[in-house]
Design a protein around this ligand. Structure first.
Ligand SMILES: Nc1ncnc2c1ncn2[C@@H]1O[C@H](COP(=O)(O)OP(=O)(O)O)[C@@H](O)[C@H]1O
Ligand SMILES: [Mg+2]
Length: 230
């Protein structure tokens, strides 16, 4: 059984200028452990697709199953818990809390779940090592470079050990060398821990790292290339 299944997904945004059809009749499956690049020009629907899989938004029609959960049928509260516990999301602009320290940003999703500082300490410790930021643990997020901030965001995304990591243009705000470091960190996670990772990007530099490249065009799947690099 696939880990993620989208059945006949459409998403429209009502606007004053008329309805924007961002996704149209998408059928897709993702297996556990896949590393997927979601590619295509700006405006083709990448962010919309990630937001639906990550429970940040709901489809206009169709069904999304992750594991054996129909996430399109969750209540608002269940969706909040789903987002916090079952997927890790990484954004172009990091979305850290600037005045919190590196450790606090990483621990935050656990705190929101009611865990104490003592209970999360060991986990935060090992994530700091994994993203190589132990020496920065007490710095506030806004004091870090872009690449460091994105590594904090990756650690935060991992704190609840989600099976799925979604990354929306994770290198879009980084220089190309730093961007490659972030991509290689994500690749390592996928290879070592078997996390399913879906990365939306309109640049091509991540292509060589993926098991699968999905090209979107005008809200539809133009090409779905699996296993091309092995
Ligand atoms: N909140 C919104 N309201 C109206 N239109 C939107 C909204 N978000 C995205 N769109 C439109 O939906 C389409 C897909 O956008 P998006 O998913 O952001 O594409 P991408 O991430 O590939 O650039 C675009 O035409 C965009 O203008
Ligand atoms: Mg986008």
């Amino acid at each position: 059984m696939p880990l993620i299944e989208l059945r006949n997904i459409s998403k429209s945004y009502p606007t004053e200028a008329g309805e924007v059809r961002a996704l149209q009749g998408i059928d897709l499956c993702f297996d556990s452990g896949e590393m997927v690049i979601l590619s295509g020009k700006s405006g083709c629907g990448k962010t919309t697709l990630l937001n639906l899989i990550g429970g940040l938004d709901q489809p206009t029609s169709g069904e999304i199953r992750i594991g054996n959960k129909d996430i399109s049928a969750l209540s608002e509260k269940e969706r909040t818990l789903f987002r916090r516990r079952e997927v890790g999301t990484i954004f172009q602009f990091f979305n850290l809390i600037p005045m919190l320290t590196v450790e606090e940003n990483i621990a935050l999703p656990r705190w929101l779940d009611g865990f104490s500082n003592d209970e999360v300490k060991t986990r935060v410790e090992s994530l700091l090592q994994q993203v190589d930021l132990t020496h920065r643990r007490n710095h506030r997020a806004h004091e870090l470079s872009g690449g460091e901030q994105q590594r904090v965001a990756i650690a935060r995304a991992l704190i609840n050990s989600p099976k799925v990591i979604l990354a929306d243009e994770p290198t879009g705000n980084l220089d190309s060398q730093t961007g490659l470091q972030v991509l290689s960190l994500l690749t390592d996670l996928n290879r070592k821990e078997g996390q399913t990772i879906i990365i939306a990007t309109h640049s091509r530099e991540a292509d060589a790292l993926a098991d699968r490249i999905l090209y979107l065009k005008d809200g539809k799947i133009l090409k779905d290339i699996i296993g091309c690099w092995q």
